[in-house]
Every structure is written in structure tokens, then in C-alpha cells.
Design a protein around this ligand. Structure first.
Ligand SMILES: *Cc1c(COP(=O)(O)O)cnc(C)c1O
Length: 382
């Protein structure tokens, strides 16, 4: 970020996404070192950010890929990930996407419903293949995060409920083109209360015991992703506490001899390396409030509008005394507001604004609503 603040952006069109690849490297270094202490495998969740330079770097640190669409599988393979390191998740895999994954012979399909298992078996049969699968089980653990990014409760659409497992295991005996190699969990995103992962471990142990009681020995345990980042202090807390995170699983997860534990981290790896850089178009002074109208909006970063997410906003140009602003975008929607009542140094037209922690679930969710141009990405590295 020092880098971003020091540079002179005169003449650079805004908005753009700025990616600090040095911070990404440090984050990857920390995550992979901490995971290696316990022999854990990390798969990067491409849906957080699928830009090529970012994928290439992540692949160099030996991570696998967690994909949720056929195009993500293609993008992972095109950027150096081995098919044997690719897992495919998602509650609604289309036949065409399944065929892409079968053709590539990916490591594992994380399956989420009875009907998906039947369809996958049929397509695998047509390909003369046996598909390796893990059952995505809904552990009914509350992630204590925003309701739109909670996925591990029975009311959510994701995963197979534990009461369905006897039926599923019976069905699997009749599906010869599927090989059950593990179980999979993913309970939500932006989880900052690490006790949630303790509860997950307890549930995984119980569920695993159920499988063992019935004579199933599962080689792979996939506990998903969801580790949160600090949106409030992006600078002083730039790298998530991977040591504490993995230590919880090491302490509580009952891993059988020969079993491999997998993680699927997205946000925790890439969120802090990205910043959305924008310019102020207009200041609109009101009796009740002042608006700072930016040239970036929900088309570049929709998280505040979609799930009331907080992003730190800084004015890189002004050092004047502070005033309070509603920071909004140019889109024709009242919800196109990044934050209300933000204290900022007195702000003027053409000031450069940084919206922090925009490396994950920002550029990947961009749209061209209002026929807007796609914002470019700029990468910095020493
Ligand atoms: C989105 C997703 C992830 C990554 O979640 P983060 O919160 O970004 O770590 C992992 N696994 C699955 C199945 C997902 O859908």
C-alpha cells in the first residue's frame, strides 16, 4: 500500500483495481508455511479472484484449485494448476460443466445432492470413467457471519444433510462409476470468530465416526474455507492469522493414519492485496449530509450493496481537516453507496480515493450495468 500511496496517479484513468503482488507473496508464504507444518493441502478458491497473474503466483506456491464452474476449471488448468489438484464444488453443476471436469480427470467432485450423484454417475459411465467424489455434508454449524454468506445451516441450499446420509450411502452402492474418497464441508465466508472452526471440527469428528462405524475409511477430509480478513485494519493486520487457524484443526480434528486434510481458502489469501482506486467526480453539499460521488460504484465493488459489507475508504490526495461524507457511486440506484458518514479529509473533485481490501469478491463480481467499461487491473511488484 505504501507503493500505492507513493505513486503519482496523474494521467492514469480511474477506476482501476490495484494489486500488490508483494503482499500476495507474503500472504501465500505464510499460509503455505503454516499449512505445511501439519501436511495440510490448500486449494485456492478461484471464485474470490481469477485474474491470471494472481493465479500464476498462487500456483507457484504449490496450492491446488477449488473451482465452482466449468470456466473456473479451464482457467485453473490454463494457469498451471494440475488436474490432480483441482476440486469441483457447487450446488448446481451443469452437464456441460461436469463433462469438462471428467475430460480433465480432476481430482475430486464435491457432490451436494442425491440427484447430482445420479447424473454424475451416468455421465461418468458415458465417459468410461470412475469419478472420484467427496460428499459435501451440511454440518449445521452457524458461521456467525452475514446471512448471505452463511452456508452450513440446514436452511441453506448447500450440501447433503446428515439425516440423508443413510439413503446416500445406499444409493452409492448402486452407482459403480463413482468412487467415494472423502467428505467435504464449507460453512460460510468471512468467519472471524475462530471458535466457529472449533465447532466445525467437533461436527466433522462426529460425522466421520458415523462413517467409520459403517466400515467406510475415507482418505480425504476437506474442511473448506471461510477464514475472514480484517476489513477495518487492512494495513496493520494485512495477513490473516493462519497459524492460529491451522492450529485449531491440528488440536481438534481427529485425523486417521494416512488421511489427508484439505482446505479451500479464497478471501484470506487475496482480499488484502487488492484496492479499488477511484477519483471523486463531484462533491454535493447538502443540509443534512455531503456526498462524495466517485467514478467507481457497485459495478466495480458490490459487496457493500450486496451484504452491507464494510470497506475502509481513504482519500490519498487530501490532508485537510476532516469532514463527513456519504461515499457513493455514479450508478442509477440508491443502493449504490459504499458507506455513509465516513470521516475523510476535506475532499474535492479529482481527489484519488482508495477502497481497501478489494482483492476478493470485487473484480470477479464486476458487471457492465449502465453499459459501463470494465475497470482495468494494475499489478505492482518490486
Ligand atoms: C466460496 C467457497 C470457498 C472459499 O470461501 P472463502 O470464504 O473465500 O475462503 C471455499 N469452498 C467453497 C465450496 C466455496 O463455495
Amino acid at each position: 500500500m505504501r507503493n500505492l500511496k507513493e505513486q503519482n496517479w496523474n494521467g492514469t484513468p480511474t477506476p482501476f483495481y490495484y494489486y500488490d503482488l508483494d503482499l500476495l507473496k507474503q500472504t501465500l508464504e505464510t499460509a503455505s508455511t503454516e499449512a505445511a507444518k501439519y501436511g495440510y493441502h490448500i486449494h485456492y478458491a478461484l471464485k474470490a479472484n481469477s485474474n491470471e497473474p494472481i493465479l500464476k503466483l498462487i500456483q507457484q506456491y504449490g496450492l491446488g484449485a477449488d473451482c465452482v464452474s466449468g470456466n473456473e476449471i479451464k482457467q485453473a488448468l490454463a494457469n498451471g494448476f494440475e488436474a490432480s489438484q483441482v476440486v469441483f464444488a457447487g450446488v448446481g453443476k451443469s452437464d456441460a460443466e461436469i463433462k469438462i471436469a471428467l475430460n480433465a480427470d480432476i481430482f475430486c467432485f464435491n457432490c451436494e445432492s442425491v440427484q447430482e450423484l445420479e447424473v454424475l454417475n451416468e455421465l461418468a459411465q458415458q465417459h468410461n470413467q470412475t469419478a472420484r467424489i467427496a460428499l459435501r455434508i451440511n454440518p449445521n454449524v452457524n458461521a456467525n457471519t452475514h446471512k448471505y454468506i452463511t452456508t452450513g445451516l440446514e436452511e441453506n441450499k448447500f450440501g447433503i444433510n446428515t439425516w440423508e446420509l443413510p439413503e446416500v450411502l445406499n444409493l452409492l452402492k448402486q452407482l459403480p462409476n463413482l468412487e467415494l474418497i472423502g467428505i467435504h464441508f464449507h460453512i460460510g465466508s468471512q468467519i472471524t470468530d475462530l471458535q466457529v472452526f472449533e465447532q466445525l471440527c467437533v461436527r466433522v469428528n462426529e460425522i466421520q465416526q458415523g462413517f467409520r462405524d459403517q466400515g467406510y475409511h475415507l482418505k480425504h477430509l476437506n474442511v473448506g474455507g471461510g477464514l475472514g480478513v480484517d476489513y477495518y485494519e487492512p494495513e496493520s493486520n494485512a495477513i490473516p492469522d493462519f497459524a492460529a487457524y491451522f492450529a485449531i484443526f491440528n488440536r481438534l480434528l481427529q485425523v486417521q493414519p494416512g488421511q489427508v486434510v484439505h482446505y479451500e481458502l479464497g478471501r484470506a489469501l487475496v482480499a488484502q492485496c487488492g484496492t479499488l482506486v477511484s477519483r471523486v467526480l463531484y462533491i454535493k453539499k447538502g443540509q443534512k449530509k455531503n456526498f462524495a460521488i466517485l467514478d467507481a460504484g457497485m459495478t466495480e465493488l458490490i459487496r457493500p450493496m450486496l451484504y452491507q459489507a464494510y470497506h475502509k475508504i481513504e482519500n490519498l490526495s487530501s490532508h485537510l481537516p476532516e469532514q463527513t461524507y456519504d461515499v457513493v457511486g455514479p450508478i442509477c440506484e440508491s443502493s449504490d453507496c459504499f458507506a455513509q458518514n465516513v470521516p475523510l479529509p476535506e475532499t474535492h473533485r479529482h481527489d484519488v480515493m482508495a477502497i481497501r481490501t478489494a482483492g476478493a469478491y470485487a473484480e470477479v463480481m464486476a458487471s457492465n450495468y449502465n453499459l459501463r467499461e470494465k475497470a482495468v487491473a494494475i499489478y505492482s511488484s518490486n
